[in-house]
Design a protein around this ligand. Structure first.
Ligand SMILES: [Zn+2]
Length: 43
């Protein structure tokens, strides 16, 4: 999903800006979509 507010990625600690693709980590924190370790987008 896209971020609706500014927050900080709990994986890389970089800022997440509104409009960026984000995902929720297993611990319930927001992370960049590309910072998740899931392989859902891979074949
Ligand atoms: Zn990140």
């Amino acid at each position: 999903m896209k971020a609706k507010f500014k927050t900080v990625c709990s994986e890389c600690n970089a800022q997440i800006r509104s409009g960026e693709e984000i995902a929720k980590s297993p611990s319930g924190k927001w992370v960049h979509k590309y910072c998740t370790s899931t392989s859902d987008d891979l074949p």
